[in-house]
Design a protein around this ligand. Structure first.
Ligand code: NDP
Length: 401
């Protein structure tokens, strides 16, 4: 039995709360805390309805370290699951250090004023966590998260050495709105408008955003989609921890309609992250846009179709080259039935619960700051099959994008 605090009551926070409550014998005391407590209370009611479990709620401003420390010292949980926004990662890590609590998250720290997607700020906490005897697990969502563990699993069981990695994230879902993002709009748009970087022969190569396009046919009749190469944060940690990689790329599917809207919004300046002056008030265009767009946590009932996210790895086994594809397919409506959410929040929230589970069971506790692929993947992979994200591995005769 253990006590956890989940911080953040958005789309992902709702799924994490539901999934932890489903494993009540381990997560025996759950506190859901966020900036707006009303959202925590609404989630707690849904958790009670779906699982019969009672979870507690609290209000907290996660930008405020003393406020966080007071909450953590009063509650004394074993672990904080951070599913607020990337801007809060460092303040929550500081508070965990001060209160003696293990930490995990699903996205790297981002400064508000520059879109960076770099781990350097969080990696700089390595010594502090080590000295405090605490574990910080970084990036336990789907991508980053499950995709890193998939890579580690394939490297461990199928290859002597891995050389090429393609992470392919296809969302074949349709929510029926002209334009909406499946998770926090601000983070999503920052990510897709950032210039592309991919790993090639020992260094990152920069190209224009969305400048490389390919077609990908998903297995099991999920369909054929246009995918675009973009930068994603797990490329930084995976190329560091698997130095045999000669090339690593991340791809995501986008519909023509999504890209058309994004282009127009970008052209008129609505995706900017620098504040502008409007009648004497400072307004960040992308934050105003986020206010106008549908709340991602409201997409659940209306989203149909499937996601297919996985890794294609080329490498050497017993002197022979081969290609292996490991993937999960997830159905938006099945997620909605289970936890009142669409598949994007679901595929993030389930690995967050599973990462937390590995830590609470003591399997993934080691003082310091770790990316998820640095731990043994096997028990996490077994739990993916148990807790709603079953996966498959196939060998491909050949593969190119
Ligand atoms: P949402 O915007 O839906 O939810 C964010 C939540 O955090 C809201 O409840 C918000 O509160 C709360 N919050 C924001 N600022 C603060 C603060 N200062 N103090 C306390 N709470 C705060 O986002 P998502 O649920 O879609 O995403 C959550 C996280 O998951 C993000 O970091 C995102 O990047 C990450 N993610 C990771 C993925 C992966 O695969 N690795 C995929 C998708 C998301 P309020 O309600 O008051 O606004």
């Amino acid at each position: 039995p253990s006590k956890v605090i989940i911080i953040g009551a958005g789309g992902v926070g709702g799924v994490v709360a539901q999934k932890c409550a489903q494993v009540a014998e381990l997560f025996s005391d759950i506190l859901l805390a966020s900036r707006t407590e009303a959202k925590c209370i609404a989630i707690a009611e849904q958790v009670k309805e779906k699982t019969g479990q009672v979870i507690r709620t609290a209000q907290v401003d996660a930008d405020n370290v003393p406020e966080l420390v007071a909450l953590l010292k009063k509650e004394q949980p074993q672990l904080v699951i951070n599913v607020a926004l990337p801007y809060q990662d460092l303040t929550i890590m500081d508070a965990c250090l001060e209160a003696g609590v293990h930490y995990m998250d699903t996205a790297n720290y981002e400064p508000l004023d520059t879109a960076k997607f770099e781990y350097k700020w969080q990696w700089a906490y390595q010594e502090k966590f080590e000295q405090a005897g605490l574990t910080a697990l970084l990036g336990s969502g789907f991508d980053p998260g499950a995709t890193n563990v998939f890579t580690a699993y394939v490297a461990k069981h199928y290859f002597d050495e891995i050389h090429e990695l393609d992470i392919i994230d296809v969302n074949g879902g349709d929510h029926g709105y002209p334009f909406a993002t499946n998770f926090n709009p601000e983070i999503n748009i920052r990510e897709v408008t950032a210039e592309c970087r991919h790993w090639e022969n020992g260094e990152f190569v920069t190209t224009d955003a969305m400048s490389k396009k390919a077609s990908f046919t998903c297995p099991e009749s999920v369909g054929t989609y246009n995918i675009y190469r973009m930068y994603h944060e797990e490329l930084e940690s995976l190329t560091k921890h698997f130095p045999s990689l000669k090339r690593a790329q991340f791809w995501m599917s986008f519909s023509d309609n999504y890209l058309k809207h994004l282009e127009v919004l970008g052209n008129v300046g609505m995706t900017g992250i620098e504040p502008i002056d409007y009648n004497g008030q400072q307004i960040v265009p992308i934050q105003l846009l986020a206010k106008l767009l549908p709340d991602p946590s409201s997409l659940g009932p209306r989203t149909v179709g499937k996601t297919c996210i996985g890794v294609v790895v080329r490498g050497i086994k017993d002197g022979k080259e081969k290609v292996v594809y490991l993937y999960n397919i997830c159905d938006h409506q099945a997620c909605y039935k289970e936890v009142n959410s669409q598949a994007i929040s679901y595929t993030t929230g389930v690995p967050a619960m599973i990462g937390a589970k590995q830590m609470l069971e003591g399997k993934w506790l080691k003082p310091g700051v770790w990316n998820i692929e640095q731990f043994d993947p096997d028990s996490f992979m077994a739990d993916m099959n148990e807790h709603g994200l079953p996966w498959k591995v196939i060998e491909l005769d050949d593969f190119s994008l």
